[in-house]
Write a protein that binds this ligand. Structure first.
Ligand code: SAH
Ligand code: SF4
Ligand code: F3S
Length: 479
């Protein structure tokens, strides 16, 4: 679920290149008819949760009269929703701040705010390091934005980085930004209670908490009523979703939540991300199998294929456990696609251990993966306990080997689809040509096919695949 800015040297593939640091567009032409009102511009980096949070921020600001604009120069308030996952992600944020500051030079009085994980990690240090930043607001403090913006307008710097054990923004109806009107994200939980030794997320997002299941259901129903055909349920570890109803002590786990959302309507597709190998249960896998509209696609990051490294990473499963989960998924759903995240060159990793990651790609037959070199993050368990001892060149070479093997396996995976017919949800024009549609099948594969009369984004069509690259399928609609 990650889409940090890509750099050739430190990562493999990105989730959706079009979303890199995307500036948000309002879903309706919310900018029209708003002369006289103030405007905000927001750019988002990092994972889908950050993109989803930006929609919550947009809704909160909209409530106090700030309207979204896609034109940075026209904005009274420029916001950047930041990511800290790797060093490079933070470097990119500082580069963007330089650009915003140039705009502020031309238009003094423009406010600049830093939101998200880097705000949370650096706290007041941000205000000291970046003199022209007016606001620093962490992921659990967005309700405070109107107050902080108002004081910043009076010339007072604003800071709120308090993390919460309860905040889920359950009652806020996100203002869908940059939306195609077909697919939408729903945040089902926040924070993370795992302590993977390489990862900064537990520090930037705080403790794990699950959102009220009924508000999730209401959001999915509302999206469907407005014409959306697909929702993606988001959390760092969706399998540990667990909501206790304070009114009757009833409990909802992830499998039950999936079922509730799947029952909104058979034409509403349900996706979810991210699954944790230690927590994905047979109940979840069987629920996915039993609903046609729950997509047959599981993002199940392995991180490393070697048990000793997994232990150092504190992932709490080993190679055998992971392989058993993959086997179970394919047993119950032979047509399910699985994807992964992998890190090369974690502390003390040997060549043999690196080979275990490569052989895992073959075993799990990933349809695709997000691949990274290890980047030490201050304050994490690994930074405190282990030396970052694999030379950069070695990390990069190992990453390239992982990328190369994944490309071969993706190609094989896609070639097997040639000749098959898939139900595809049309998302919009293909990026290369407005004569072609772009859509995805249940397995999350992008399929490009020529338009003919009478379809529109949001329609389901049947497409027969006749060509494949390692990234895309190409086909033709069945009459
Ligand atoms: N919650 C998800 C992942 C969140 S972070 C999970 O547990 O799978 C997204 C991905 O970034 C991770 O899966 C990992 O592969 C990568 N990542 C996280 N921290 C990293 C670091 N310090 N260096 C390199 N990659 C990292
Ligand atoms: Fe980070 Fe691990 Fe939590 Fe994922 S499960 S967000 S990798 S600590
Ligand atoms: Fe980045 Fe924070 Fe997501 S660190 S990956 S934006 S949770």
């Amino acid at each position: 679920m990650y889409n940090n800015n890509p750099t050739l040297e430190d990562r493999g593939k990105t989730i959706d290149e079009s979303k890199q640091g995307a500036a948000f567009f309002p879903e309706e032409s919310a900018v029209l008819g708003t002369e006289g009102s103030r405007h905000f511009y927001i750019e988002s980096y990092g994972c889908q949760m950050n993109f989803s949070d930006s929609e919550i921020v947009a809704s909160i600001l909209d409530g106090v009269g700030y309207k979204p604009t896609k034109n940075m120069e026209a904005a009274d308030l420029i916001l950047i929703n930041t990511c800290s996952i790797r060093e490079k992600a933070e470097y990119n944020v500082r580069q963007r701040l330089r650009v915003y500051n140039k705009v502020k030079d031309q238009k003094p009085g423009t406010l600049i705010g830093v939101l998200g994980c880097m705000a949370e990690r650096l706290k007041e240090k941000f205000l000291q390091q970046e003199k022209l930043v007016d606001l620093v607001v962490g992921p659990d403090a967005y309700r405070d934005l109107p107050k902080l913006v108002a004081s910043a307008e009076e010339g007072e710097k604003g800071l709120n980085v308090l993390l919460s054990r309860e905040e889920t923004y359950a009652d806020i109806n996100p203002l869908r930004l940059n939306s195609n009107g077909v697919t939408g994200f729903i945040s089902i939980m926040r924070g993370c209670d795992n302590m993977c030794s390489f990862c900064v997320v537990p520090f930037t997002r705080g403790r794990e908490r699950s959102r009220n299941a009924f508000t999730i259901l209401a959001e999915a129903t509302d999206l469907f009523d407005r014409g959306y055909k697909e929702v993606t349920l988001l959390g760092q570890n969706v399998d540990s979703y667990h909501w206790k109803n304070p009114e009757n002590d009833g409990e909802v786990n992830f499998a039950q939540l999936l079922e509730m959302v799947a029952k909104v309507h058979p034409d509403l597709r349900v996706r979810f991300s991210t699954s944790h190998p230690k927590d994905i249960t047979d109940e979840v896998i069987e629920t996915i199998a039993s609903f046609e509209n729950i997509c047959k696609y599981i993002h199940l990051p392995v991180q490393s294929g070697n048990s000793r490294i997994l232990k150092l990473m504190n992932r709490t499963y080993d190679r055998e456990w992971y392989m058993e989960r993959v086997k179970r998924i394919y047993e119950i759903m032979p047509d399910c696609a699985i994807s992964s995240d992998m890190i090369s060159g974690f502390c003390t990793e040997t060549e043999e251990e690196h080979q275990d990651t490569i052989s895992m790609i073959d075993f799990a037959k990933y349809s695709m993966s997000y691949m990274f070199t290890y980047s030490e993050r201050p304050g994490t368990l690994a930074a405190r306990k282990y030396e970052d001892d694999i030379p950069r060149e070695v990390k990069k070479r190992r990453l390239q080997e992982i990328i190369d093997r994944q490309a071969e396996v993706s190609m094989e995976h896609n070639k097997k689809d040639i000749g098959k017919t898939f139900k595809v949800l049309i998302e919009g024009d293909s990026k290369k040509s407005d004569q072609d549609w772009r859509g995805r099948n249940s397995q999350n594969k992008m399929i490009i096919f020529p338009k003919s009369e009478n379809q529109k984004p949001g329609d389901y069509v049947f497409v027969k695949v006749n060509k494949a690259t390692s990234a895309t399928l190409i086909g033709e609609m069945e009459k």
